[in-house]
Ligand binder design. Sequence first.
Ligand SMILES: [Zn+2]
Length: 158
Amino acid sequence: MMRRTRLTKCLNFNMMIVINKKKNTLMKKFFKVLWSIVLYIWQLPQNLASLVVRLVYKGEKKRKICGITVYYLPSFPGGISLGNTIMVGSQSEFTARHEHGHQIQSKWLGPLYLIVIGIPSLIWAGIYDTDLIPYTHNGYYKFYTESSADKLGHVNRK
Ligand SMILES: [Zn+2]
């Protein structure tokens, strides 16, 4: 009688642990989804811009480079990071990590990303390697938007 009761209590206790683990897993999933929604809204301007870019450049293929999800399209000029989306024209590890650095900037800056990083970076890409700013070895990555992305993406250029 005593033994059966103890066994029942143990079973109940073990079942409670299983139920609590399931609840915790559900809660974790819930907060993960909630967090991704909050992040999407926080980065809304660049997430909307990425939809436009992906509409213009069709046919990209989703790839994972060093655990970083990128959209790869050989005809895409260079790389761009807009919120959740990274578009690249090469499958280079450096490019993926550099763009991931821009992704981290985007998460930090949210709605300010395009003003602080995106637009200056586009202007820099337009004037670099011209009469205005002549080419130097790795000179492109010395501009603050790019050196910061390299640092955050753990890219060491030589
Ligand atoms: Zn960059």
